[in-house]
Ligand binder design. Structure first.
Ligand SMILES: C/C=C(\C)C(=O)SCCNC(=O)CCNC(=O)[C@H](O)C(C)(C)COP(=O)(O)OP(=O)(O)OC[C@H]1O[C@@H](n2cnc3c(N)ncnc32)[C@H](O)[C@@H]1OP(=O)(O)O
Length: 193
């Protein structure tokens, strides 16, 4: 459900692995929570990168679990732990970051995205509102009018627009995980390590 590896000697690379869109199922939330704790507690780890396998960051809540009672850790405390971590966490966004997946990226300290990726909050199309922090974190980044546009329409925006709005820190045409790892090393003053 997530893969944990150390790259460049000190960056914990956490990969969401839940085909087809790396949705945040109960098992993914549990594994992500454990791996964030592991990275934050490992003195050898200086920074963390979160990405998704097979060209997709995260499609949000796992819609296959919508008819079941909630199991596993709720999303918001997990995202709080990411944000409160003392080591920088970089989201490496490829494909889509939607709903809870976008919220996961918003709670990371930095966001690097592939130029073809799309971000959005489709909750409104399901008759609900984002409930894991996007309604606070997004306005802090891009202001209320642009946030309301995204929240009330559910429209996806492209990486370049997200960069212009101030959601993203960097857009790349290269391998987004590799670029995010370099970004993370730069954030802790270890560029070129
Ligand atoms: C509380 C609520 C929270 C925290 C939320 O996050 S609500 C938001 C939940 N997410 C969504 O509503 C996203 C819905 N999905 C899409 O918009 C699209 O599927 C996509 C953009 C993610 C991909 O589009 P596309 O490339 O055209 O592919 P398909 O639509 O055909 O989908 C491919 C398969 O993926 C399955 N899928 C898509 N989203 C999810 C999901 N969130 N959870 C689980 N599975 C998902 C989809 O059913 C297709 O499966 P198969 O039919 O191939 O088996």
């Amino acid at each position: 459900m997530t893969r944990y590896e150390i790259v460049k000697r000190s960056v914990a690379l956490i990969t969401l692995t839940n085909p087809p869109v790396n949705a945040l199922s109960s098992a993914v939330r549990l594994a992500l929570s454990k791996n964030v704790e592991r990275a934050m507690g490992d003195p050898e780890v200086t920074a963390v990168v979160i990405c998704g396998e097979n060209g997709t960051f995260c499609g949000g809540a796992d819609i296959r679990e919508f008819s079941e009672p909630l199991q596993g850790p709720p999303l918001l405390p997990l995202l709080d732990a990411v944000e409160a971590g003392e080591k920088p966490v970089v989201a490496a966004i490829e494909g889509v970051a939607l709903g809870g997946g976008f919220e996961l990226a918003l709670f990371c300290h930095y966001r690097v995205a592939h130029y073809k990726s799309r971000l959005g909050l489709p909750e409104v199309t399901l008759g609900i509102l984002p409930a894991a922090g996007a309604t606070q974190r997004l306005p802090r980044l891009i202001g209320i009018p642009a946030s309301l546009q995204m929240i009330t329409t559910g429209q996806h925006i492209l990486a370049q627009e997200a960069l212009k709005l101030g959601i993203l820190d960097q857009v790349t045409q290269k391998n987004v995980c590799e670029v995010a790892v370099e970004f993370a090393l730069g954030a802790v003053g270890m560029s070129g390590a």
